[in-house]
Design a protein. Structure first.
Lengths: 190, 190, 190, 190
DNA sequence: GATGAATGAGTGTTCATTCAT
DNA sequence: CATGAATGAACACTCATTCAT
């Protein structure tokens, strides 16, 4: 029997991301993704149950890679502020070198497909960090307010600032990220 | 010569928003919008060049109404902090009483159509407020950093907090909004 | 507005029957029917909800025409045997001049679509005749057995004999039909 | 009687019949038949040229088995009427215990594939019986009419009466079959 | 101005069949 | 012999848009 060509699945994965980046999620049809991956439309249905499965799987793989990249090498033996600061830089680094991932996630998160997933997105990616936030509250370093509220100031700004459309005049250099993080910290610190 | 029927255009406007709220932007076809507005599909093409024009125009009208609502009754004869605080409450009020507008904007902002517009969204809605921000910088009340950066902490949290999907555990009552605004202010104040 | 072109619906009706006759019901796709009717596939969906509706509607129209043709001019003021004999000739007449109708019904009756309809086929078409059968039983002219059983010998042979594939060596001339009817009558008469 | 079907071809044969019974001939794709037979789709193409060959071969094998079953134990040393009567009971018996065969034949007979076969169906199954019919004509026991016509009354009713869809109110018990056969005999006897 | 009819191009998905191992 | 991977063509159906009145 013919052996499963891993290159094909990888090609489909890359084609999906590339196309969503170029023409958007809505316009990315199965036929176009297949053409981009130089594969028959039917081949996609060997690796994925249907279009939804293709997109959800692609999203989950990206999320997994994102989570790993962000928490990797995170030294938790330092003051809380420094831990979060380090996480910020790791995330901006990741977004800078995976802008295609970022745009895919951005599109997917606002598509009808997102509702097929649990609303654990934030928790999944930031889960370990949220535990640290909780600790910060107990140690009276961070304001004792709703966790959603803290996430809005501590994590969401990273997305917004990484979005070139929303912040066209803001450059992602080290000084700027440092400055931005300071503001986030001012917002949440006691 | 018969004059364009304002009622029809209004019906199309309302139907567009209603349908996008009920079934999402992607699933909202011209035919369905027409049916919802009790109008022929062809009629829509009298008032709008094409589907893109219909959606963009609808979006811009909402944005215009939003901007007006927010700045209305805004008393600028008070300390800067109080002005912004008042604007926050006005926006949350507006979103609460126009959830359909909010959801439409949410969907539209993450559609391919958004790229058809200049990136003046923020400025359009927050233009007058941004002028006040500028004044705050000069008066050394607000941090002297990039305006995009200030907007990220002063205005974007309003969107995020209003989004029930992103902040399911955060209720929009007066105490909470006050608390949230305090954090935003901490982020931007010198 | 453009007026509904009755020719188009008629063309679709004819094309459906023609194609089912030529290539069979299974192979008759919407696209092929549209091409045969010189119409866009989308046009079919103006007149019918979906493929099932197209086929079921076509079937019902044929059945209606068949029922009318068979009972038309049926003189019930004669001996029972003569009434049925007359009905036999009417049916063979109809099948001879509407072989395409016949083959469509034949295919449809053995398709999954048939289960969408009540099992009143026979009753619908033969309803009035079955009432006469009942009367014959009461008058002790016809055997007092299950009605299904009587229909099997009195009516189904008409279908079988009309089917050129099943009875290739039997010609539908007057003498033969008369002979066949005699056998049917022998089967059911007391 | 086979105890195991380790043979792959046998598994394919059984899977084909089972699937056609469960989901119908139209919906029975090669891939589904292969899955049901726990075999690769490609394997089917080792034993059969293509899908048509698979179905036609399956049909012919069933027909062969049917013919054998019906003539088995047929005692021809009795009056003609009793011979046919015995054949009737044998067929109803066969259909009752091989409803899956019956349903497959029913579906196949009304598919486009049937036209790929010579019209010898009846002769194949009823060949030996037709010889007896011929003898009955010569002995002036049976009406001297076209053989197709005799088959229509002597054999086709068996199919119709066995079809639960066509005769929902007729039960296949011994008394009913006897009654039905009497009617068939009345139809053909001189 | 307003309409429903009409459409070609596109959608996601399945098909019978072949390929390479 | 036997397989799962791979595919182009087809499927039923919907789309944004234009036509004819």
């Amino acid at each position: 029997m013919r052996v499963k060509d891993e290159n094909k699945q990888e090609a489909i994965f890359r084609a999906t991301i590339k196309l969503v980046n170029e023409i958007g999620l809505v316009a990315s049809s199965v036929a176009k993704i297949a053409r981009e991956a130089r594969v028959s439309p039917a081949t996609i249905y060997i690796y994925y149950q249907n279009k939804e499965d293709l997109l959800v799987s692609t999203y989950l793989r990206i999320k997994r890679e994102m989570g790993q990249a962000m928490l990797q090498n995170l030294n938790t033996d330092q003051p809380l502020r420094d831990i979060f600061r380090q996480a910020w830089f790791a995330m901006f680094d990741f977004f800078k070198s995976h802008q295609d991932y970022f745009r895919f996630v951005d599109q997917f998160s606002n598509s009808p497909f997102i509702s097929k997933l649990e609303t654990k997105e934030v928790e999944d990616a930031f889960g370990p960090l949220m535990a640290l936030v909780q600790k910060g509250i107990e140690q009276k370093i961070i304001k004792n307010v709703n966790l959603n509220l803290l996430a809005v100031f501590l994590f969401y700004p990273i997305y917004t600032l990484s979005n070139a459309r929303l912040c066209p005049n803001w450059k992602l250099d080290e000084a700027n990220i440092d400055q931005a993080f300071s503001m986030a910290w001012d917002a949440i610190k006691l």
